[in-house]
Design a protein around this ligand. Sequence first.
Ligand code: MRU
Length: 366
Amino acid sequence: MSLKINKIVNGPIPDSFLSNESKRLESLKFDGQSLEVLDQLLLPHEFNYIPIRNVSDAFAVIKSMQVRGAPLIAVVGSLGLLLELQNSSEINSEDIRKKIEYLISSRPTAVDLRNSLNGLLPILDSQEDSDEMKLIKCRKYLLEVYSSEKLQNRILVWNAYQELLHSFPNKEKLTVMTICNTGSLATVSWGTALGVIRALHSENRLELAFVLETRPYNQGIRLTATELLHGGVPFKLITDSMAAWAMKNHQVDCVLTGADNVARNGDTANKIGTYMLAVLCKHHNINFYPVVPFTTINKNIETGNEIRIEERPAGEMLQVNGVPVGNLQCPVWNPAFDVTPAHLITKILTDFGNWTPEQLKAQIPK
Ligand code: MRU
């Protein structure tokens, strides 16, 4: 899918909208020549940046989950390849194709990395361009993956924020619920669902965010809570098993989630536990919104049945930070994602517009 700059569908974004960068934690530092990524396995206790010089460094931090979150994975994979190409004087198209496949194999469910890197294939396939020109175009494209994520994210958050204002015209402040981490640490910008929560807060429209701890990898307690504390956003942390009771006892207006892979029919893969929230929303008559950059939409699959769900090692469930919480001999099933069927989704909020799953299908180019 193209990385063309998008028209803003909900009017001009005010300059003040999400402009206070000091409230944002930095998932990476990139100056055009060198890249460092925040080691998310050490959060919230340590902030340590790891240098990335090439494709194998990028692969390693993605695979180990030191870097995670679909949009961030796409940017780090792309910049790892860019740095490698900056040090080459000639291009070997076959070699780049292999590196693309290698990077994509690091995390199988999140589609953003695949969508971003596959954008290089038409350049590599070109019959007209010289090898030198291909190299220039590949570098330019990979840099755009980074810059366009930043730009499109602001549009995404603005679109989603406007949708919430229209959907709840009589509510001055909203109470929302979210799962996993979808903020600055999962992107190179404000975030997706958490970006919207942040926007609600900075526009004085947020009552409270309920944050699920997000077992087994604890992205909610480790990352989202860290971001919200840093930004002074009002929230309450709950365990995943408290979600239904929170909905029953508090006026939750909507659930906002991220996404890792969205099929043409709107079925949406996201962190394990998201499907449970969508079912609970149906029961409690609460709106359910995935907040999704267009790079997370998978035009190649019709339904969620085609999404490969990553299974993580047993140790990630049986231990926390290396400390066993159960007998390490326990047989374990540890899927990292689930798929929310389209019929449970109120609207999918994107940087190109906000659509019901039926409307989404009409928008996706074949
Ligand atoms: O396994 P992770 O931590 O990479 O999973 C992250 C999520 O599921 C996020 O919710 C998703 O990538 C959306 S990120 C904006």
